[in-house]
Ligand binder design. Sequence first.
Ligand SMILES: C[S@@+](CC[C@H](N)C(=O)[O-])C[C@H]1O[C@@H](n2cnc3c(N)ncnc32)[C@H](O)[C@@H]1O
Length: 357
Amino acid sequence: MAEANGSKTQAQPVADVEELTASRAVLYPLLWGFAGSFVLRTAVVLGLPDIIARAGPDETLTVKQIAAQLKSECVNELGLQRVLTALVNWQLFRCTKAEMSEEMQYGLKPVSKLLVTENNPHNQAPVVLFQTDPAALAPWQQLHRYVLYGESAWQSAHGKELWTCLNDNPELNKCFNACMASSTTIDLSVLVREYEGFKDIKTLVDVGGGTGKTLETIISSYPHIHGINYDLPHVITDAPTIPGIEHVAGSMFESVPSGDTIFMKRIMHDWSDESCLKILNNCQKALPEKGKVLIHDCVLQQSGGLPQIYDMLMMAHCDGGMERREEQWRKLLTTAGFSTINFIELLQEQWLIEAFK
Ligand SMILES: C[S@@+](CC[C@H](N)C(=O)[O-])C[C@H]1O[C@@H](n2cnc3c(N)ncnc32)[C@H](O)[C@@H]1O
């Protein structure tokens, strides 16, 4: 094609509009995935699931009825209605039309019932609150530094590692510990149902056990077990007294309390192979002949799903943390001197790995 000044340029190929729009339809929802995170956070911060749950099982409420229970004298009802619409469109809430009226009424679905904080043993709101906290989000901006220079994304964002930040910030520590305790409850219900090996255990040491929720759940089904909950001092300080459980403060990189079985849930995935080997060596020292470790973690499969998200989360939050495939687990455990290794699938993305000394 000749331009006005006489130079020639190539004709642009005609864009395949169908392909462009189809590609953009994949790109944009991924790009704005955080919109879902923040509408979830908004629902939890406003207490919308609790307000609707308080009205009674399977009740629905209008925007005005919900607005009347918010802690503000000047609620923006249109804003509230738009957030509720997003929650309905994203399959979290349901809505119906009130009888004899055009007014919409909003109710909970099983998924939003997980965000009810009152009288709900499976409350997941603390997970939403920690994972959308500015401190937990900042390292996501630094993932590229991990790739370019091997620098921990959390350290790049905060100048110190996650565990030091939690030690130095009691509010964030509480928020993190609550997140862990909440996110463990559903996994634990499945574990206790699926794994029969607990019946032969006398002393169970939960390494990195947080505030003791995991052991509490196991011991409520197996009351003969003596539980030792082992974690860093700032976590143990936050742990409640639980019958049958002894809380012990210390670092698993120094030593691990003795018991016939050592349990570790979401511990190995926080660390590099090198660090995991140090922990596993300390487990070896703490276990009797034929003792075992039980590792509750992901085993990466071919498909993406939640394990893929967790793998990126480990990259963002933990120095060297990663999810592992079965062969990586086997290599790690055999290097640490464990022999018989069994993989037991619990949920789609959660496994129990049983390894004997
Ligand atoms: C991802 S959380 C898992 C908590 C719990 N096991 C669960 O699944 O809910 C990791 C835990 O490891 C603990 N941790 C980190 N470094 C540790 C260390 N050096 N010694 C003992 N525990 C440690 C943290 O304080 C935290 O409670």
